[in-house]
Design a protein around this ligand. Structure first.
Ligand code: HEM
Length: 222
């Protein structure tokens, strides 16, 4: 493999790694639902299993498959592949976000969760749906710049699940238990970090073009 091909796979590999912890959580929840006992902690999932099952399937598919859309070389070499994968990923992402919204509205809060976390989930779930819809609309109008921006935003919010796991683990190791409001704020921080990275990435091509323009102008005037 050439070094540029290796570099191409660096970002997707990191994104897949970021999905591993929430994916493990999803596998544990599905195993529990398939044969575990009903307890106060999991009663809401047993009472209405379909949303959480669809949520986990949609989220894992979206986060894993979405990682491949971030390999620029792969996108250039396999344009048709990018489109086919996109047609699978948009419904998967919508399923993830809509079931996330449904659970926020209709599952009883587990102990320690409250209105603030529900508000965060309503905002991020709705923002994901909106970003996916605007991303599709942009590409139907052949507006690649806007398509890229909205798809990065939608994916970044979804990958909030992975960043939240890392932030929470770091907090537990360095500071102590993460429950109640602390947990809620850490989850919010996970989303914020990803949104900040997404906005930085979205602005990157324009910054690169500006730097190139300035360098050329300096060359001409030198
Ligand atoms: C738009 C982003 C998302 C929103 C708004 C959202 C929302 C939710 C909500 C409301 C629940 C139920 C929580 C509870 O009652 O305890 C939940 C559960 C879950 N979500 Fe998400 N989610 C999102 C993205 C993701 C992603 C990307 C993954 C994984 C890759 C994921 C994996 C899970 C898992 C595994 C559960 C079950 C938790 C458990 O077993 O206690 N979610 N999600």
């Amino acid at each position: 493999m050439t070094s540029s091909r290796r570099a191409d796979w660096l970002v997707p590999t990191a994104l897949i790694a970021l999905t591993l912890i929430p994916m493990a959580g999803g596998a544990m929840r599905l195993t529990d639902l398939a044969g575990g006992e009903v307890t106060p902690e999991n009663a809401r999932f047993f009472a209405a299993p379909a949303p959480v099952v669809l949520h986990i399937v949609g989220a894992v598919l979206y986060c894993l498959g979405g990682a491949f859309q971030f390999a620029p070389g792969f996108r250039r070499r396999h344009r048709a592949g990018h489109r086919v994968l996109g047609r699978v990923l948009v419904p998967a992402g919508l399923l993830m976000a809509l079931t996330g919204l449904w659970m926020t509205l209709f599952y009883p809060y587990p102990e320690g969760d409250g209105d603030l976390l529900a508000a965060f989930r309503l905002v991020t779930g709705s923002a994901t749906v909106l970003a996916l819809v605007l991303g599709v609309r942009a590409i139907l109008r052949r507006d690649v710049v806007r398509h890229r921006a909205w798809m990065i935003r939608a994916y970044a919010i979804a990958q909030g699940a992975g960043t939240q796991a890392l932030v929470t683990i770091a907090w537990v190791v360095l500071v102590g238990p993460a429950t109640g409001l602390t947990r809620t704020l850490l989850l919010g921080l996970g989303w914020l970090i990803n949104i900040a990275v997404a906005e930085w990435l979205i602005g990157e091509p324009a910054r690169g073009r500006r730097t190139l323009y300035r360098a050329r102008r300096a060359e001409r005037t030198a």
